[in-house]
Every structure is written in structure tokens, then in C-alpha cells.
Design a protein around this ligand. Structure first.
Ligand SMILES: [Zn+2]
Ligand SMILES: [Zn+2]
Length: 350
């Protein structure tokens, strides 16, 4: 099969012919019809993810068709249209037993712990626990965007963030996950303040329901701007980028007893990120993390997509083939996707 592969961190990836994967006993091989290009793929390529071993094929948000299933798979067979959360759970550890597959103790992640979906086929573990049926009529490109960014945003806003109608929600960083969060929070009846440095991203945020926008490149203090617009601070705020500055701005833009949800990864040399905990104490803030979403939690989200309340299809702003991936990956280093804003989807058979 053809796959995007890199042999050294930060050095150009290449499209190569490599061996087709085989399904594990409990796993499947999926023919990849669409796979999203996410900032986490760039982090992995840069060497920020300790799970990756070289050479490596990235790609973790995907949709496609089951090509082959291992002998212990009972719920899926060849021909099924599927997607998968980027955290694939083991199904049997204490976290899984509690229904928290998104923080499974023995999780695998395509594109991190093993070769991912920037390829024509990808192997996925524990298929009975992790696969999600793609509804009839949903395009693969749309389904692919659910696996990481949309589902992650859904859990962060709805489940971890406990959004309520009428609340102010600040979203710091309007890439794929941030725009998803804007759309989901607005659909829940919240008033959304979108924060980004890119005018194109803010235009999309407005289109997806943001009531207010803050151009972080034009204001001296982003958190103060959010507090001003929201009459004292957001009830719920997300760092959807994952940087010390956006994390701090998110926490500092909250009102009393507000909730910060950290969604963007925070890679750093030291492995730690400073958080304004003095404000967390004084204002009784909640500081939460959010990590993907379990497969069993998808139906409620998919119902809203089917009803047209949520429109992940609108997030897809660019579709490319495998040959364009090395360049697109490199372009993310400049802080944006190849399309500038929105979600880029790869079609490996195009
Ligand atoms: Zn991702
Ligand atoms: Zn588990």
C-alpha cells in the first residue's frame, strides 16, 4: 500500500510503498477513505510524542471500510462503514470497566503507538470496543473529522465543560478543535467568544456561531478582552490550541467559579506548563482536562449531526491526496493548516 512515512523527526516525510497491515486477533484492518490532518500529527512528526518509534506513519482521525477482521471480532465484518476515536481502548482495564475508555490504561492510538491512517490501510485494535458505525448518508470526509477534533470538542464542551444555555463560553484557538467547540457550544445555546490570531479563523468562528471574536494579535491582554466582552469573564473556557499563553489566557478570562478545560496538547521541554493557580484558588475555578471521547458516547453526538444541529461537514475546508501530505505537514509549522483555516482531509485513494 501507499503511506506517508518519516524516518527522522522534523525531516521531510515521503510517500512510500510499504507492506499492507494484518488485523490482530481482536482487531480489524480498515481501508482508509478519508483521514484528517491534525495538529497532533505535526507534534508527532516533530518528536513531541514519546509513544512514536521510527520509522513512522502518522494519522489518527479516519473513516473507511472494514477490509478484514480478526477471528475474535464479533460485531464487525468486511464492508462495514466505520470510524474510530483516536484513543482506542483495551476494553478490560479498570478505566474501561468504568466506562472511561478515553483514558484507558492500555490504550493504543493509530498514528502514535502504531502506524496510522496516512495510508491506504490502517490496523485498529480491539475493534468491538472501539469502532463506531458511520451513519448512512454521512460522507467519509465528515466522519473522519469526528474521530479526533469534533468528538474531542464535544466531550470538552458538553461532558467535561457541562455547558449550559445562556452561559458565556470562550474558545482560545480556532483551528479544527476550536471551531468544533464554537459550533457545539453555540448549538447548546451558549454565547461564544472566539479567540485567535488569524482573521480567517475568526471569520469561520463567526460563521459557526460565535457571538464575539477577539483578535489576539491586536489586543494587549486577551484575557482582559474576554472579561470585558462577557461582563466579568466566561463561565466556561477552553484552551483549544495548547500553549502556555493560551492556557493562561483561558484561565485568566474566567469569572468566579468558572471552568477551564484544557483540550490542546501542551508539549514542553520540561513536560509541565505553568497554570495561574492563584486565580484558580481565589475564584474557585475548576481546572479540567479532556482527552478524546469513548466510542460508546458517540450516538448522542451523531444524533445531533443527523438532525443537522451540528455540521462537522462545514469544518472541512480542504481535501488533498497522499502526495500533498508531506508539504501540508510542514506548513503546519507556520501555525496553520494548508488551507489556512478549518479542517484538511486526506483521501488516500484519490
Ligand atoms: Zn488529532
Ligand atoms: Zn482499557
Amino acid at each position: 500500500m501507499r503511506a506517508v512515512l518519516f524516518e527522522r523527526y522534523g525531516k521531510p516525510a515521503e510517500v512510500r510503498e510499504v507492506a499492507d497491515p494484518e488485523p490482530a486477533e481482536h482487531g480489524v484492518v480498515v481501508r482508509v477513505e478519508a483521514t484528517g490532518l491534525c495538529r497532533s500529527d505535526w507534534h508527532g512528526w516533530q518528536g513531541h510524542d514519546p509513544d512514536i518509534t521510527l520509522p513512522h506513519v502518522p494519522g489518527h482521525e479516519l473513516a473507511g471500510v472494514v477490509e478484514a477482521a480478526g477471528p475474535r471480532v464479533t460485531r464487525w465484518r468486511a464492508g462495514d462503514r466505520v470510524t474510530v476515536p483516536f484513543v482506542c481502548a483495551c476494553g478490560s482495564c479498570p478505566a474501561c470497566a468504568a466506562g472511561d475508555q478515553q483514558v484507558c490504561e492500555r490504550q493504543t492510538q493509530p498514528g502514535f503507538t502504531h502506524w496510522g491512517s496516512f495510508a491506504q490501510y490502517v490496523a485498529l485494535d480491539h475493534a468491538d470496543v472501539n469502532l463506531v458505525a458511520v451513519p448512512d448518508g454521512m460522507a467519509y470526509a465528515t466522519a473522519a473529522s469526528l474521530g479526533c477534533r469534533f468528538a474531542t470538542a464535544y466531550r470538552a464542551v458538553v461532558q467535561q465543560g457541562r455547558v449550559a444555555a445562556g452561559e458565556w463560553v470562550a474558545v482560545h484557538g480556532c483551528g479544527g478543535v476550536g471551531l468544533s467547540a464554537v459550533m457545539i457550544a453555540a448549538a447548546a445555546g451558549a454565547r461564544v467568544v472566539a479567540v485567535d490570531v488569524a482573521p480567517g479563523a475568526l471569520d469561520l468562528a463567526r460563521r459557526f456561531g460565535a457571538a464575539e471574536c477577539v483578535d489576539a494579535s491586536a489586543v494587549r491582554d486577551t484575557a482582559a478582552a474576554v472579561r470585558d466582552l462577557t461582563g466579568g469573564g466566561a463561565h466556561l473556557s477552553l484552551d483549544a490550541l495548547g500553549a502556555p499563553a493560551t492556557c493562561a489566557a483561558s484561565v485568566n478570562g474566567l469569572r468566579r467559579r468558572g471552568r477551564h478545560v484544557q483540550v490542546g496538547l501542551l508539549p514542553s521541554e520540561t513536560g509541565t506548563t505553568p497554570v495561574p493557580m492563584a486565580r484558580a484558588v481565589a475564584l474557585e475555578l475548576e481546572i479540567l482536562g479532556s482527552h478524546g471521547m469513548a466510542a460508546h458516547a458517540y450516538p448522542a453526538m451523531l444524533d445531533l449531526v443527523r438532525a443537522g444541529v451540528l455540521r462537522p461537514d462545514l469544518l472541512v475546508t480542504s481535501v488533498i491526496g497522499l502526495d500533498a501530505v508531506p508539504g501540508a505537514l510542514a506548513a503546519m509549522g507556520e501555525g496553520a493548516g494548508p488551507a489556512g483555516s478549518g479542517v484538511t482531509v486526506i483521501e488516500p485513494w484519490a
